[in-house]
Design a protein around this ligand. Structure first.
Ligand SMILES: *Cc1c(COP(=O)(O)O)cnc(C)c1O
Length: 391
């Protein structure tokens, strides 16, 4: 019996284990040198002057919106085809998401629709590099600049991607990476804000650390009793700090980032070679100016297939011990979004049509040629049996 092929899997080597153990033995478990090292490595990669580590991508997005003073009465233009956190952060600060439909190739927001959605209440554009595809990032940045709006880059799925030679994280006023275990690199849980804006970075540092003073020492007096600025709270802040153990894991993963993105690229190419040309499948398309950083491998069924047929194929893959998922159900159709904002089917037809037909296939660094073949064969068999049951 073939063993299970998981949907995703972190890539942990001796280096990660060594650095985490070293952090553990150091006795310094929070607010220490590993966080700083991790921040420096990510800042360098995104070609940004500042990086602020936080305990999740979601926390990072929350802090960026709050630091930009976005609040009740404001609208933020964003995509309905994403993981829910990219929109929830807008709700956290009391603002309203203004969804715009996507482009069916890149699966990112259609720039013309972003342009058309800008209005008097618009306070920011929040763009997502869907599945690690950075296409249109400079168009959003130019558009944002023309309207004097900040571009917030949710690059949680795109660490290592480049567009026209510029790295993900470098397009927005601020960018946010995420390090959940299914991302390109992981810290278990974690996130990172990157920006060239010194004041924004300082505000995010304060907010992640209980609203302690901007630029003040952020360390309690270890050994002695906490005094001075450590006990001063200038604003309502949070505890969104990333522990040292997680940062140590992140440092090891960052050192291996090129190796990791290369491995993922090879797995994606193998899938494309194996499944390309199948008449019932639409494979990911990457425009020539984009270098994907592959987050997941998502194919979609041809437009003649229904969401129910797709769901049966996913269930079939799982029955065969093959991880599969329907990334992503549209955010505007989630129950509390529908209710709160009066959203319904038909409002964003491209996002809905794509979302009804996607299948995320197993994707991780060590997926073998044999496993890819097994996934492809099973998928082809399931598609065939769906087609037969129609007639
Ligand atoms: C993963 C992800 C996030 C952040 O997720 P966390 O689990 O909070 O780290 C945010 N936006 C998108 C688009 C994501 O894929």
């Amino acid at each position: 019996m073939p063993s299970e092929i998981p949907l995703s899997k972190p890539d942990i080597t001796d280096l990660e284990i060594q650095l985490v153990v070293r952090a553990l033995r150091s006795g310094r478990l929070s607010i220490g040198p590993m966080v700083e090292q991790f921040e420096n490595l990510v800042a360098l990669r995104a070609q940004c002057r500042h990086a602020v580590a936080v305990n999740s991508g979601t926390s990072g997005l929350h802090l960026v919106l709050q630091s930009l003073n976005i609040g009740p009465g404001d609208e933020v233009i964003t995509t309905p085809f994403s993981f829910i956190a990219s929109s929830n952060c807008i709700l956290f600060v009391g603002a309203t998401p203004r969804f715009v439909d996507i482009c069916p190739r890149s699966l990112n927001m259609d720039p013309a629709k972003v342009q058309a959605a800008v209005g008097v209440k618009t306070k920011a554009i929040l763009a997502v590099e869907t599945f690690g595809n950075p296409t249109y990032m400079d168009q959003y940045a130019n558009l944002a600049a023309r309207h004097e709006l900040p571009l917030i880059e949710d690059c949680c799925e795109a660490l290592g991607a480049t567009y026209k030679g510029r790295p993900a994280g470098h397009f927005g006023r601020a960018g946010v990476f995420g390090f959940y275990p299914n991302k390109q690199i992981t810290t278990g849980e974690g996130g990172m804000i990157v920006t060239d804006d010194e004041r924004l970075a300082a505000m995010c540092r304060s907010l992640r650390n209980q609203g302690r003073p901007l630029g003040a020492s952020t360390t309690p007096t270890h050994g002695g009793s906490p005094t001075g600025s450590w006990l001063k709270h200038e604003r309502l802040g949070y505890n969104y700090r990333l522990p040292e153990l997680n940062a140590a894991l992140g440092v090891a993963q960052m050192r291996r980032l090129d190796e990791i993105t290369q491995k993922r690229h090879e797995v994606a190419l193998r899938y494309i070679r194996r499944l390309g040309g199948h008449p019932a499948l639409v494979l990911p398309t990457v425009d020539p100016e984009s270098v994907m950083s592959w987050f997941v491998f998502v194919v979609r069924l041809a437009p003649t297939y229904t969401a129910e047929e797709r769901d049966r194929i996913i269930a079939g893959l799982r029955r065969h011990e093959i991880g599969a998922s329907d990334y992503f159900p549209c955010i505007h159709l989630q129950p509390f979004y529908r209710e709160r904002f009066g959203l319904r089917e038909g409002m964003f037809p491209i996002a809905e049509s794509v979302s009804n037909r996607t299948i995320a296939l197993p994707f991780h660094n060590d997926l073998t040629e044999h496993e890819i073949d097994q996934v492809a064969q099973t998928l082809e068999m399931l598609i065939k049996s769906e087609s037969i049951s129609r007639v």
